[in-house]
Write a protein that binds this ligand. Structure first.
Ligand code: GTP
Length: 336
């Protein structure tokens, strides 16, 4: 079965990281987000079609250089067509029932089980769902007698029909394409799903973990889940002998650590950490952190430098940002 990955969004909520790279290629535990999806596909997935608009060339070049054991076609949308418009624009490439994944979700879904559930239910669509404590930021489904009967996008607190949210993983019958208008932006979640209900839409639940990775807190949550699930690693080519690591952490090759790192920290290649303290954070490649600095709940862009005694919390720093010694950055988005 073919899998469409919709990965054409602007990723505004992860700016400034997404000003120079598409969200699909933002590293998550040292691998582009989209690579986590490709890694988990079984042989029964015989083709992946990636629908991209924003920064198409970067995604195309990435898949030219990297092999994943499955054929990958990267298709450019001339203009952003929304989550359903993107699928409609691929109609000529699709040749039967097909799966669709959002590009900015990491989880433990098993492709074969999702497909088997769809084949068994015989509806027009199967939508994977995941229970969350607070569904107000998500698309929520109402389920009655084993069928999805209603969709509520981002319900006000207390008005959600359930705690089950759309997990961004679907299988569709080809006739879904006839219910999406061509040539303009259409939202799968807001416009198409409600049209599908009378044709039979079934929920699919699975075990393990699930996280959206499209906002700072969700990205850090996704990183935490991956580290807890066995993605933690200290490269043999990193020098951590002078540091104090609190697992789980991921330290890439060429990194040098003197300070306290962890839990839930990812250091990209060639990061240099002085006698600083890092917790629940991602440092992309080549970041330096000087003595007595503290970084928590933040993503630090490639090549950034954090001066002595500086504090960075709940923030995203773009590539090459320089933070002055003793500066305090809280809940900010900083561009170089
Ligand atoms: P924000 O700007 O931060 O809201 O991010 P986003 O633009 O990526 O939107 P959102 O997180 O809602 O998108 C969910 C998924 O759909 C992501 O994998 C996006 O890349 C993808 N997506 C959103 N809009 C489009 C679109 O117009 N075309 C394509 N191909 N994919 C889209």
């Amino acid at each position: 079965m073919q899998l469409v990955i919709i990965a054409g969004g602007l990723g505004t909520r992860l700016r400034p990281l997404t000003l120079h790279r598409p969200k699909a290629l933002v590293p998550l535990v040292d691998r582009p987000q989209i690579a986590h999806i490709l890694d988990a596909l079984p042989p029964s997935c015989d083709e992946v079609i990636v629908a991209v608009n924003y920064m198409f060339e970067q995604v195309r070049d990435f898949f030219r250089e990297r092999q994943f054991g499955v054929a990958v076609r990267v298709v450019e949308e001339p203009v952003p067509l929304g989550t359903a418009g993107a699928i409609k624009s691929l109609q000529r490439w699709l040749n039967g029932p097909f799966a669709v994944y959002n590009g900015d979700v990491v989880d433990t879904i098993e492709f074969d089980r999702l497909v088997a559930a769809h084949e068994k239910a015989q509806g027009i669509a199967t939508i994977a769902v995941w229970p969350v404590d607070d569904p107000s930021a998500y698309g929520v489904v109402a389920v009655e007698k084993g069928r999805i009967t209603r969709f509520v996008e981002k319900p006000a607190k207390g008005e959600a029909p359930s705690n089950l949210v759309n997990a961004g993983r679907y299988v569709f019958e080809p006739r879904v394409l006839d219910l999406i208008e061509a040539g303009h932006a259409v939202s799968l979640e807001r416009e198409v799903f409600p049209r599908l209900i009378e044709h039979g839409v079934f929920p699919y639940r699975y075990e393990g973990f699930w996280s959206d990775a499209g906002t700072l807190p969700n990205y850090l949550n996704a990183q935490r889940l991956l580290l807890d699930a066995g993605h933690a690693k200290i490269s043999p080519d990193a020098d951590v002998t002078a540091g104090s690591l609190r697992p789980p952490v991921y330290v890439a090759a060429g990194a040098y650590v003197e300070g306290r790192v962890g839990p839930h920290v990812v250091l990209g290649k060639a990061c240099r950490i002085g006698r600083a303290s890092l917790r629940n954070a991602t440092l992309l490649e080549g970041v330096s952190v000087d003595d007595k600095a503290e970084v928590t709940a933040s993503i630090i862009g490639a090549g950034a430098a954090i001066g002595e005694g500086a504090h960075v919390r709940d923030s995203i720093l773009g590539d090459t940002v320089q933070v002055s010694p003793h500066a305090t950055i809280v809940d900010e988005r900083v561009t170089a």
